[in-house]
Design a protein around this ligand. Structure first.
Ligand code: F6R
Length: 249
């Protein structure tokens, strides 16, 4: 792992993706040994999967317990049932909760089944605050610079809300949904300000498809046109890249 000199976000490039996952897992697991409970923000998708597998390995091999942790997922599609194959609730259950001993009573998802989605968005914010705020938020980045589903145009002071998904986001999701038409039009997401309130942000980008957005995130002027540029404002943020994602730097 090598740090990138003079980057606008402290950035670390890993030759080995497994080492990246171990590094991030170590940071999360450090929080679990604190006497007060840890509050984790969880991303879904291909980026954090190795880190979640690393959690499972530590659980299996060292008996490490996650039962004291509280989790809040970043985002969820509107219009999919909790058991839909592409819902983030199902993904998180299958990819993470099945393999480690998180306490279901302490896991939280945006309530996209609520009758009043705006009220449910405000309640999600309130629940994060009531838990004491996020100790560490794991993030990926979309090719369009989204963090969570804060699509281009998302302001720095945005909070948990319903958003329209950007065409690139829907196009990227179309493969797993089977067709573009099946991809929901809307989602509930933590806002940019909600994310920036987390005490630590650990942002991961992997692969050539992210190389250009990583360059822009670090080097273009901050603006809502590229929400990932807001990450530079955080006091304890780190960007973890594999070599491909760092290839435009
Ligand atoms: C997922 C999320 C998104 C993804 C981003 C990258 O919960 O909020 O912002 O992190 O779209 O997706 P992957 O990791 O699939 O490339």
């Amino acid at each position: 792992m090598r740090p990138l000199v003079d980057a606008s976000i402290p950035t670390y490039v890993f030759d080995d993706r497994a080492e990246l996952a171990r590094t991030l897992a170590d940071e999360v697991l450090m929080l679990l040994v604190r006497p007060q409970e840890a509050v984790l923000g969880l991303a879904t998708g291909s980026t954090p999967i190795d880190t979640y597998r690393e959690f499972a390995r530590r659980r299996r091999e060292s008996g490490l317990s996650f039962a004291g942790a509280t989790t809040f997922n970043l985002d969820e599609f509107v219009g999919l049932g909790a058991d839909h194959a592409q819902s983030f609730r199902r993904w998180t259950r299958e990819s993470l909760f099945r393999h480690v001993d998180f306490d279901p009573a302490r896991t939280h998802f945006p309530d996209v089944d609520a009758h009043d989605l705006d009220a449910a968005s405000r309640e999600y914010e309130a629940a994060i605050r009531a838990a004491g705020g996020l100790d560490l938020q794991i993030l990926g980045i979309g090719r369009n610079g989204h963090i969570g589903f804060n699509e281009p145009g998302s302001e720095r002071d945005s909070r948990t809300r319903i958003v329209d998904l950007h065409p690139w986001t829907r196009a990227d999701a179309a493969k797993s949904f089977g067709s573009l038409e099946r991809v929901p039009l809307r989602a509930m997401t933590m806002g940019v300000a909600t994310i920036l309130d987390a005490r630590r942000l650990r942002v991961v980008a992997l692969g050539m498809a992210k190389a250009e957005v990583v360059r822009e995130t670090l080097r273009t002027p901050q603006s809502s046109a590229l929400p990932s540029t807001w990450l530079r404002d955080h006091a304890d943020v780190r960007l973890y890249l594999d070599r491909d994602a760092a290839s435009c730097l």
